[in-house]
Design a protein around this ligand. Structure first.
Ligand code: COA
Length: 399
């Protein structure tokens, strides 16, 4: 195998390389389906307009019981089953999301404790629809540096909760869902080969969800547009032009970094925003559109979740094979964009696929234990505070 440029830079003085391989994957979407016809009852639109301008036919909408963490948790549990990894083996959990449960605690921390991943660090990553690729690259670098061995990267969103349901040009585009991958260290070459991460904050006003800590909306870069606190605003036409340009460019850049060409690529898993953006990228790269995975007809744009969900479905459909070179490419608010090249395949020695029954049962037991551990810890804190007050003890004694 020819060593990509990024590899040569990484391996110094004949060191043995550490590679980050995807060994597990999983997805979760809410049960509720909202079709374009359902949308006609909410805003002035038509199934025909939405299909021809976007390629979307339906999307999933979170119920009151669903949340960004609950969808992310389900996707993560499925990814652990495929990888046959225990929650206690995870060193790092990254949740890419634009719809976190809170500003803090992070959605990643909520998922970490529900999994019972007691040895994992956890944080949320904000890079809008590019967030999943950013997250996989961060996890890869942590693995390749030797600092960690196992990471979980999740893209999870409840976009339906930040949509302006009176704005027909945005509310028809988005849906809810989550996807996750487990990455593990191995000395076998392959896995993530290269990545390009980019940002252009001058386009911040094109796609945004202002929140606490925001500048005065009437007195900032939001001026002259209809930005509203906690609601998504988008300049669709400008975002379309930006996306159509960066998808092709960043794919070529990531391939160059990996010393590969488009001929070496089996499948491109793009962010699922609009079928016309995918078609335009295919035209620019002179590729048949069948080389791109697309499932946005059924899910719409699920932001940071769209690439891992599309990946899971492509694997399920048998479109991803051992040693295939794949490309992930994302773009969105920031503006941000990112592309990544991976060589697919689970090296020998890493668990993957086997799904041993005993480990599966241990994982289930750990989830139950995590549930009760949290309850007990919270209860013990309440009892401690109560006892301290009763006994007149100072809860914060000076040193
Ligand atoms: N149903 C019916 N008509 C609609 C509509 C809807 N849901 N949304 C907009 N229109 C109307 C507009 O009001 C406009 O009417 P007008 O000509 O009377 O003013 C007309 O359709 C054309 O609007 P336009 O914005 O030019 O359409 P478009 O072909 O550019 O498609 C988007 C609009 C939003 C679908 C398209 O710009 C897009 O997909 N952009 C990228 C968005 C994206 O992917 N964002 C996420 C990135 S992560």
């Amino acid at each position: 195998m020819v060593m990509p440029k990024s590899e040569k830079a990484f391996l110094r003085n004949g060191e043995q390389g550490i590679y980050a391989h995807v060994v597990g994957w999983g997805m979760a979407v809410p049960d509720t389906v909202m079709t374009n016809h359902d949308m006609e009852a909410i805003v002035e639109t038509s199934d025909e307009w939405i299909r021809t301008r976007t390629g979307i036919a339906e999307r999933r909408i979170a119920s009151e019981r669903d949340s960004t963490a609950s969808l992310g948790l389900r996707a993560a549990q499925r990814a652990l089953d495929v990888a046959d990894v225990l929650p206690t083996e995870i060193d790092l959990i990254i949740v890419a999301t634009s719809t976190p449960e809170n500003i803090f605690p992070s959605t990643a921390s909520l998922i970490q404790h529900r999994l019972g991943a007691v040895k994992a660090g956890a944080f949320d990553l904000s890079a809008a629809c590019s967030g999943f690729v950013y997250g996989v690259e961060m996890a890869t670098q942590a693995i390749r540096s030797g600092s960690i061995a196992t990471a979980m990267v999740i893209g999870a969103e409840t976009m339906s909760r930040v949509l302006d349901w009176q704005d027909r040009s945005t509310c028809i585009l988005f849906g809810d869902g989550a996807g996750a991958v487990v990455l593990q260290a191995s000395n076998a070459p392959g896995g993530v080969l290269s990545a390009v991460l980019r940002s252009d904050g001058s386009g911040a006003d094109m796609l945004s969800i202002p929140t606490v800590g925001s500048e005065d909306l009437s007195n900032s870069y939001f001026l002259a547009s209809e930005h509203r606190m906690f609601k998504m605003y988008m300049n669709g036409g400008e975002v379309f032009k930006f996306a159509a340009r960066v998808v092709g460019e960043s794919i070529l850049e990531a391939l160059e970094k990996a010393d590969l060409t488009l001929d070496d690529v089996s499948l491109i898993v793009p962010h699922q925003a609009n079928m016309r953006i995918i078609q335009s990228a295919a035209r620019a790269l002179k590729l048949d559109v069948s080389r791109f995975v697309s499932n946005l007809d059924r899910y719409g744009n699920t932001s940071a979740a769209s690439i891992p969900i599309a990946l899971c479905e492509a694997i399920e459909q048998g479109r991803v094979k051992e040693n295939d070179n794949l490309v992930f490419v994302g773009f969105g608010g920031g503006l941000t964009w990112a592309a990544m090249v991976l060589q697919w395949g689970i090296p020998q020695g890493l668990e993957g696929y086997s799904g041993s029954r005993i480990k599966r049962q241990r994982r289930r037991a750990m989830y139950t234990l995590a549930h009760w551990r949290t309850r007990l810890l919270r209860l013990s804190r309440v009892i401690n505070q109560f006892a301290n007050r009763l006994l007149g003890r100072d809860e914060h004694p000076e040193e």
